[in-house]
Design a protein around this ligand. Structure first.
Ligand code: ADP
Ligand code: ADP
Length: 229
């Protein structure tokens, strides 16, 4: 099944007296349970795309279908529910709560969603079992991103949406985080979408969507399926 479909999606912003098409007639499909990277330079439309996929914004034209339903047509309320329940967000700068320890940071999402996973198991799965009582200030960048992944997955979202998830990490740590994402995607059967300007991240994906000037330049499938040990 397709996790996500964009059909002729255009997003237009008004700038002064003119307009700019941040996305211009964009169509693509994302397979479920795969890791997809959206790759493009600054200004190519990545944030706009992320905001549309995450239900933070609506297209000017076109259709966005997520697991069979057109989210462009949802009411404000339904779109908020979509964002809260169906999408797990992973950010460049983690967005963790400093006053809560690791386990508490993951457990709070459980209270908001009755279909969630066990926070303790999630923390173990991302390799932080021994650090569950640590506060964010006591964790390294890589550990903070592990924790963010645990938090985002704990609510059992349909799609994990990652915005420059390795942008604040050195490249070695970044690679480890990407491997972890692939492992978690496989284990929990999640669709993972990573938006980035960093071409080296594309190596870890099942497919790569290249974005330029608001248009899709190409879509590559990785012929060698990613495996995790
Ligand atoms: P990226 O995330 O790849 O840097 P963006 O989606 O932020 O790209 O931007 C794509 C284009 O749309 C750019 O030309 C940008 O200036 C323009 N743009 C994005 N958001 C707005 C906005 N809120 N108002 C006007 N122009 C915007
Ligand atoms: P909840 O909405 O249930 O608190 P999260 O803890 O995942 O769920 O929070 C994600 C929230 O952050 C979303 O509701 C959304 O409004 C906001 N958000 C997510 N991604 C972005 C983004 N790239 N830019 C701005 N706001 C975002």
């Amino acid at each position: 099944m397709k996790a996500l479909m964009f059909e002729h999606v255009t997003k237009t912003y008004k700038v002064g007296r003119g307009f700019v098409n941040a996305l211009d007639d964009v169509s693509f499909e994302i397979e479920s349970e795969k890791v997809t990277v959206v790759l493009g330079p600054s200004g190519s439309g990545k944030s706009t795309l992320l905001n549309l996929m995450g239900g933070m914004d609506r297209p000017s034209e076109g259709k966005i279908t997520v697991f069979g339903s057109n989210i462009a047509k949802l009411s404000e309320y339904a779109l908020t529910e979509y964002r809260r329940k169906k999408i797990g967000f992973v950010f460049q700068f983690y967005n963790l709560i400093p006053s809560l320890n690791a386990l508490e940071n993951v457990s709070i999402v459980q209270k908001m969603n009755n279909q969630s996973f066990d926070p303790k198991e999630m923390i173990n799965d991302v390799g932080l079992g021994k650090r569950s009582r640590y506060f964010p200030s006591e964790l390294s960048g890589g550990e903070l991103q592990r924790l963010s992944i645990a938090r985002a997955l704990c609510k059992n979202p349909d799609i994990l949406l990652c915005d420059e998830p390795t942008g604040a990490l050195d490249s070695m740590t970044g690679q480890t985080i990407l491997k972890l994402m692939v492992k978690m995607a496989r284990k929990y059967k999640k669709t993972v979408i990573i938006v980035t300007h960093n071409a080296s991240i594309a190596l870890c994906a099942d497919s790569v969507i290249h974005l330029k000037d608001g248009k899709i330049e190409s879509i590559e499938q990785n012929k060698k399926p990613l495996t995790v040990d």
